[in-house]
Design a protein around this ligand. Sequence first.
Ligand code: NAD
Length: 232
Amino acid sequence: MKKIIVFTGAGISAESGIKTFRDNDGLWENYNIEEVATPEAWIKNPKLVLKFYNERRKQVLKAKPNKAHLDLVKLENKYDTYIITQNIDDLHERAGSSKILHLHGEILKSRSTFNNSTYNIEGTKLNFGDLCENKSQLRPDIVWFGEAVPNMIKAEELCNDADILIIIGTSLSVYPAANILDYVPANCEKYIVDPNKTESLSDKNITLIQKKASTGIPILAKILSQKDSISQ
Ligand code: NAD
């Protein structure tokens, strides 16, 4: 069975009604990211940070997986499929994908500021004053801009022997996540599904499908099955 890594970003959830990040001139849902998504913001104004992520959580819980999330699940019938996502929503999980690695954390979880233990958030709100078992403030389980990305090591290991890399809905501008392209073997087939990417990708071995995720993934699935039938 060939191994597929699907690397997703905010664009795959756009058709579920969750705005991407770069849609808004560097603002995230009208917030300046420095004020809500950095360790400095947490020190300066934790209540604002909590408010921002409470709003995001509410929005995610209202959203539903779209056709793109659902079509990725079908890949599991033919390929050893792993999703590596930069998204903090749970739409891949709700669609039914079975192997998912979150690089930037999960909006439905909180994390202890004492020892990094994580907890499921009951309901939509995490409040100032909500404490972990060790009586320390809980923060959203999100990897903020400027923080290390612990799951990058696992991502690199998963990519090392990939046969196919599919990149969907990411500007590839957030590092180290965007390094994923360097982790796959040289002979790995690479595809990008994104309506706004141009052909001026530096790596000529990448096939660009310039479509929204919901229309691009079926096109890609067809290309993959044609290649499979030729190689059989
Ligand atoms: P980004 O906003 O930087 O880039 C989004 C990409 O998606 C763009 O290249 C855009 O052309 C493309 N796109 C837009 N609509 C699309 C569609 N229908 N189908 C396919 N592609 C589409 O997003 P990023 O690269 O993921 O980086 C943003 C950071 O912000 C991430 O770290 C992420 O954690 C966070 N974020 C997460 C969510 C979420 O969890 N849903 C939403 C916004 C931001």
